[in-house]
Write a protein that binds this ligand. Structure first.
Ligand SMILES: [Zn+2]
Length: 105
């Protein structure tokens, strides 16, 4: 059975911080950061981007499970790409909807 239909996928909008918080964080972190957390906009260091949690966003606004891209039912039209999330926001996301980036070398 395909995991994407067996497990209900969380909606990114249900996990995201309110707009005001995103703005505040963006203003505060602008100069010092490498990337932003997809959910709250808080700045992430290069180390946390490389070693921290990521999510796969679907075009329907839901999170795609880890391993989806290697699965037989992969559909490129459903894929909006992968984005880093901070450690605090990652606590709101259960596996398999968050994953660690695989780095080699
Ligand atoms: Zn965050």
């Amino acid at each position: 059975m395909e995991p994407s239909t067996v497990i209900e996928r969380p909606k990114a909008s249900d996990l995201q911080a309110p707009d005001e918080r995103i703005r505040d964080n963006r203003a505060r972190w602008t100069m010092a950061t490498y990337e932003e957390c997809f959910l709250c906009g808080r700045g992430l260091t290069e180390a946390s981007v490389n070693k921290g949690w990521w999510i796969n966003l679907g075009t329907d606004g839901t999170l795609l499970p880890e391993g989806y891209f290697e699965s037989a039912d992969y559909d490129a039209t459903l894929d909006q790409g992968a984005f880093p999330v901070g450690s605090e926001c990652a606590k709101k996301i259960h596996r398999p909807f968050k994953f660690k980036r695989v780095t080699s070398g």
